[in-house]
Design a protein. Structure first.
Ligand SMILES: *Cc1c(COP(=O)(O)O)cnc(C)c1O
Length: 383
């Protein structure tokens, strides 16, 4: 064997971990639709015993995401929330987590309405403000949980700085990398200990399945997570693992096209007389642009923007034709969302107003359609 050659991530996404089935040569990794596996003899195993513990299709996906994120251990779950729940189940009553204030609504809900009941404590901080993050850490703090760029305000956290703080204070840095995926950002390389994903978004990429993924590099942590995964059982089914594997193959070209479209749309929105403010990290005037440029290889394709009057919200949502008014993001179809009543309804009004999730804010997940069609659609919806 020659020296291991580092392939481009554009190649890695196409070929996955093994990339093909070693038994048959099938180029599309097979869906091992089996709950259980025959033992060759007493005390013998093929390596697979029961699909909650391990399944070959899931294993291929878990190894693929681990490889892409640059960690040694991957885990696939039934949804992003199942992955996040598993991370939170690592903690004990009395443990404290510093978490970013501009956050996916479901993550806020599971912290406040589920894990707080089990004795976990959370402090919400502005991820852009290192002093605030550091000041929130106290004796019982065990982790910092960061979304970057954040949902839906597109705030950027400096992951290198967060990683250094975590190191100094002996904390885990957990990063929700859903918005950028390892194609654009690899938090483990910047000092994170755990990376979580909603695979329902860019990794799956087609708005056809829910999935959650988790990657770590520390074997001890991986062992604890494997125990939680098999004990709680919220694993991703073989068919859905295959959908994710298929989606990941085109991650690079999808994201390139989505990002290209997003930049053009963000620029167009910025000059529109009925648009107040545009949040897109790819715009040089975005306050997080430089940090993101330094720590990621792209800016993604998520935009949020404020319209000038609240009356325009219903008009835009009802008039869009090519762009679909629906929750979720990251797929090939462009979607528009109204965070205040959809994705962020679980967050109390006071917090929403403080972070900027107001009744004039719309969120756009830019797809791979022809950008002129998307702009024409927004134009007729806003006029
Ligand atoms: C969608 C989403 C989640 C939750 O994932 P599900 O697959 O819907 O359970 C978590 N974090 C972010 C940033 C998301 O966008």
């Amino acid at each position: 064997m020659g020296k291991e050659r580092k392939l481009s991530i554009c190649t890695e996404v196409v070929h996955g971990a093994q990339g093909y089935d070693p038994t048959t040569g099938a180029v599309s990794f097979p869906i091992y639709q089996s709950a259980t596996f025959r033992h060759p003899g007493l005390h013998q195993t093929t390596g697979y015993d029961y699909s909650r513990l391990q399944n070959p299709t899931r294993e291929e996906l878990e190894r693929t995401i681990a490889k892409l994120e640059g960690g040694r251990f991957g885990f696939a779950f039934a949804s992003g929330m199942a992955a996040i729940s598993t991370v939170l189940a690592l903690f004990r009553p009395g443990d404290h987590i510093v978490i970013t204030d501009d956050l996916y609504g479901g993550t806020y809900r599971i912290c406040e309405e589920v894990y707080r009941r089990y004795g976990l404590e959370f402090t919400y901080v502005d991820p852009r403000n290192p002093k605030e993050v550091e000041a929130a850490c106290r004796g019982n703090t065990k982790a910092i949980f960061v979304e970057t760029p954040s949902n839906p305000m597109m705030k950027v956290a400096d992951l290198g700085w967060m990683g250094a703080l975590a190191e100094r204070a002996g904390l885990w840095l957990i990063v929700d990398n859903t918005f950028l995926t390892p194609y654009f950002q690899r938090p483990l390389e910047l000092g994170a200990h755990m990376v979580v994903h909603s695979g329902s978004k860019y990794l799956g990429g087609h708005n056809d399945t829910l999935a959650g993924l988790l990657v770590v590099d520390d074997p001890e942590l991986a062992e604890r997570l494997a125990l939680l995964q098999k004990s709680e059982g919220a694993v991703l089914a073989p068919f859905d693992c295959w959908l994710l594997l298929r989606g990941i193959k085109t991650l690079a070209i999808r994201l390139e096209k989505q990002q290209e479209n997003a930049l053009k749309i963000a620029r167009w929105l910025s000059t529109h007389p009925k648009v107040e403010k545009v949040n897109y990290v790819g715009l040089p005037e975005h306050e997080g642009h430089q940090v993101m440029k330094a720590q990621a290889s792209g800016f993604g394709a998520m935009i949020s923007f404020n319209v000038k009057e609240v009356g325009l919200v219903a008009q835009v949502l009802e008039r869009v034709e090519t762009i679909i008014f629906a929750e979720s993001l990251g797929g090939v179809e462009s979607l528009i969302t109204y965070p205040v009543v959809q994705t962020h309804a679980a967050i109390p009004e006071g917090i929403r107003n403080r972070i900027g999730v107001t009744d004039t804010l719309l969120r756009l997940s830019v797809g791979i359609e022809a950008v002129e069609d998307l702009i024409a659609d927004l134009e007729q919806a806003l006029c």
